[in-house]
Design a protein around this ligand. Structure first.
Ligand code: SF4
Length: 171
């Protein structure tokens, strides 16, 4: 008898490995995983899939200064994000075609690559998606998967959004 969970959540690489974030960004109480989010997924027996970290793969290093969207929005970085988004969208469709369910994709607010609502611009915040997340969301638009931006400063608000998605999923 198979006892596996058929539910998945796709997370940004750094949600369970904050060492991947730019220098000076990891300043909340969690040193590695953003624990409340991961704990919620574990407690609900949801399979967790780590999406690739666009920025560290592009830089070939974990060490980089925080940069706003204008520094990342180059042709080369956009092509890189397009290729990564294509791979992730393929993984999500395989799950779907196997009769399993991706109940949410998570982003990290403020990230020039992975934010969902608010992006860091070097002059403050702007309302738009990150370069990777924008491409991924367009590729999976037809699947109507909720995309939730995890805001580390107001994590309880993000948790509430995720809890509602979990409650409303087929369990
Ligand atoms: S690019 Fe995405 S996965 Fe990588 S550190 Fe930034 S938010 Fe996290």
């Amino acid at each position: 008898m198979s006892n596996r969970s058929k539910q998945f959540v796709f997370i940004p690489f750094c949600l369970i490995a904050q060492a991947y974030q730019a220098q000076g960004i990891v300043k909340y109480e969690w040193k590695s995983s953003i624990k409340p989010v991961i704990q919620l997924l574990i407690d609900n027996d949801i399979n967790i899939v780590q999406m690739p970290c666009a920025e560290s793969l592009f830089k070939n290093s974990l060490i980089r200064e925080p940069k706003g969207i204008s520094k990342y929005d180059t042709e080369e970085f956009n092509i890189h994000c397009e290729n990564l988004a294509e791979e992730v969208a393929k993984q999500i469709r395989i799950i779907c075609n196997s009769g399993y369910e991706t109940i949410a994709v998570l982003g990290i607010e403020q990230s020039p690559s992975c934010c969902v609502n608010y992006i860091y611009t070097n002059h403050g915040m702007e309302k738009r998606k990150g370069l990777f997340m924008d491409k991924l969301s367009k590729k999976i638009e037809d699947l109507n998967i909720p995309i939730i931006g995890i805001n580390r400063k107001y994590v309880h608000k993000s948790l509430k959004e995720l809890e509602d998605v979990i409650k409303n999923s087929k369990r």
